[in-house]
Structures are given as C-alpha cells and as structure tokens.
Design a protein around this ligand. Structure first.
Ligand SMILES: *Cc1c(COP(=O)(O)O)cnc(C)c1O
Length: 367
C-alpha cells in the first residue's frame, strides 16, 4: 500500500462543469448544437485579435515562456495602476489561490469562508491540513465574518465578490469598513473573478485592486482571464498584493506556470476592451430576461452581479438535478448546485439566441 497522507481521506476532487464532449459522447448531439452555460465562460468567446495573435505566434510553443512574464505584468500593471512587482500570474487564478494557502497555512490552522462559495478555497486549505470554518448564510454577511474572526482567529479569510455560485456582491464601503476591523496579520483574499460584471451593474460593488491593496497590505486581490475575457481554456489568472506578499507567493511557484500562448492571449485581450464592453452590455440585458422569466413563473432567485443567475427549484416540483439532466439531454449544459444542498441551478447568461433556447426549455421544465 502506498502511504497516502491521512488528509486525503477528508478531500474530494473538484467537480468541474460538464464539457461539450460529454454531451456529444452520451447523447450523440452535434457539438455545434450544444449550449454550454455551466461554467460562466464568455459565450461570445474571446476578442478576434486574440485568436489572430495566438495563431500567428503558434510556432513559439516549442520554446519555454519568458518566465518573467514582463509583457503580461506590464499590461496588467497599467490596467490596475500597480508596478509589475505587485503582480503574480498563475495557471488560472486558481493557482494563485493555491499559492496563498500554501504560503500561510499549516496543519490545524483555521480559515474562514462563506457558507456558499467557490469550492476551491476549502480544497486548497484542506490540502494544507487547515481547518475550515464557514458562516451560515447564503449571501455574504460581513457581520458574521467579523464575529467568527474574533472567535476562530482565521489565518485567511476568503471573500468572493461578486460571489460564485449565487451572485451576491459586497459594497466597497462595507468591505473597507470590515477590513479596518480585521487584524492586520489576517490575510484577506478578495476573489474578484466577476468584478467587471459587478461594476457594470452597480459601481458601488467595484473594489479597485490598487486602492484596496495600498490601504490594506493584508489583502490579496485575485482576478482571472477565464470569465469576462473568454480565455477559460488558456488557464490564466493573476493576483495583486503588496511586494512582500507577492515575493513570498513567488517562492511557491513552479517555473513557467503559464503557457506562453496563454500569456500572449491575455496581454492581447487587455488591448481589446471594446469586446469586453459589448459582452458586459449583453450580460446585463439578457440577465433581465431570466429575471422576468423567474418572476413570471414564481421561481425564487437572487439578484446576481455576475454573469450567471441562480434559480432555486420549487420544493414541490422537479429537483434541480432532474431539470439539469433533462436540459442536458437537449444539449444544454447548466450547473446543478446539488453539492451545495441548495436545490438550485446556476445558469451562465448566454448569447440572445442561446437564451431563447434555454428559456424555452426551462419554461417546459417549470410548467
Ligand atoms: C472561475 C473562478 C475562479 C478561477 O478561475 P480560473 O479559471 O482558475 O482563473 C476563481 N474564483 C471564482 C469565484 C471563479 O468563479
């Protein structure tokens, strides 16, 4: 027997969103007919110049990347108004979240997360042997975070705003008030994977990376190219913090952790903001169609500041799993939030043509 670490008994592998390939394999549906709205990707894809830049540079894949990632960090630095030494790129923002856990957590160390939140915080913390504490409400409640901070003394607090998988978001002023009351030696991770969407819907939800990390050196701000920039398949994200934090995170980093074509794609994406802007516009407008649908059908939902909406299945109707499975057979991939025990479905807001089909299918399920 291989002497596996006892920690592994308490760990589960992450359940990723379903891929198009699965629908093709299981139901024989033409991949072009599949609607993939289960993983919060940009339904318009990335900007065309990004595709062209990657195509043109394709043969550079034989070389290792520029491990300084200076082009990317300079572009991100300009975007956020910070110097490159305050940025760490990662193989998805997932990777920088993992670095943060491994830099701070040892066996038995407490962390604090929201009851309903991105599943990886817990998984990375458990991998370090940490003890996970969580609040009790579905949306973030900063008073509960504050109380629990006093009693459990977490080494890391994770705030996801706007939050996956329900879409609630915190006001900047409330977050700053909270940060003023948190011990300086508690690392607060602000996962801003959906910040662009939150800002579009309500600028009060916008937390500027430079300002928050200047004011609060114990904040680590993370972002991703997987969502609004349409680069999920390239696996690239970043973290922003003070220099000391970033240089420590760097010690956890494997060499060349971001592929060169991914870094190029991200750098190019930052130069094509109009694509992002029209996507944000679409997201806001199409979200309203789902909200109207839910209101008409009296389906419970939460106001979402992200690029998805979470609908709660009716207690006396079909379960979220039955609905998700039925839509899957029709070639529509949504996210069943079964593992969160909410009886809810998370639907990424798609293109108008996709939403037509999804809303028709949902209407039949909830009828
Ligand atoms: C998608 C997502 C991420 C990370 O995505 P990467 O693809 O690893 O960059 C992080 N946090 C939240 C809340 C997400 O939804």
């Amino acid at each position: 027997m291989i002497p596996f670490q006892p920690i592994l008994n308490s760990l589960k592998s992450y359940e990723a969103g379903k891929p198009i390939e699965l629908v093709v394999r299981e139901f024989g549906i033409d991949p072009h007919q599949v609607i993939k709205l289960g993983s919060n990707e940009n339904p318009f894809g990335c900007a065309q110049p990004v595709v062209e830049a990657v195509q043109k540079a394709a043969s550079t894949m034989s070389y290792y990347p520029d491990d300084s990632y200076l082009d990317l960090k300079t572009a991100l630095g300009e975007r956020f108004g910070v110097t490159p030494d305050r940025i760490i790129p990662g193989n998805g923002s997932d990777q920088v979240l993992d670095f943060a856990c491994r830099c701070v957590l040892g066996p038995g160390d407490p962390i604090l997360i929201n009851r309903i939140t991105f599943a990886m915080y817990k998984i990375y913390a458990l991998q370090c042997g940490a003890k996970v504490h969580s609040t009790e409400t579905v949306p973030h409640d900063l008073n509960a975070f504050l109380d629990l901070t006093k009693s459990v003394r977490p080494k890391i607090i994770f705030l996801c705003t706007p939050s996956n998988p329900v879409g609630d978001a915190l006001d900047k002023s409330d977050v700053y008030e909270f940060l003023r009351r948190i011990p300086q030696d508690t690392l607060v991770v602000i996962d801003a994977a959906y910040m662009e969407f939150g800002n579009k819907k309500d600028p009060n939800k916008f937390i500027p990376a430079k300002e928050v990390t200047d004011l609060f050196p114990n904040v680590f701000y993370t972002g991703t190219f997987s969502k609004v920039y349409g680069l999920g398949g390239m696996r690239i994200g970043y973290g922003i913090g003070n220099k000391e934090l970033i240089s420590n995170l760097y010690k956890m980093r494997p060499p060349f952790s971001v592929a060169n074509l991914s870094a190029l794609a991200a750098t190019t994406a930052l130069q094509n903001e109009s694509h992002v802007e029209s996507y944000l516009e679409n997201n806001l407008n199409e979200m309203k169609r789902y909200e109207s649908f839910a209101q008409e059908e009296q389906i419970e939902f939460m106001n979402s500041y992200a690029n998805f909406i979470t609908l709660f299945a009716r207690k006396n109707g079909k379960t979220s799993t039955e609905i998700a499975q039925s839509l899957l057979r029709q070639g529509i991939i949504l996210r069943d939030l079964k593992s969160y025990e909410l009886g809810a479905l998370r639907i990424t807001i798609g293109r108008p043509d996709q939403n037509d089909r999804v809303l028709d299918a949902l209407r039949r399920e909830f009828a």
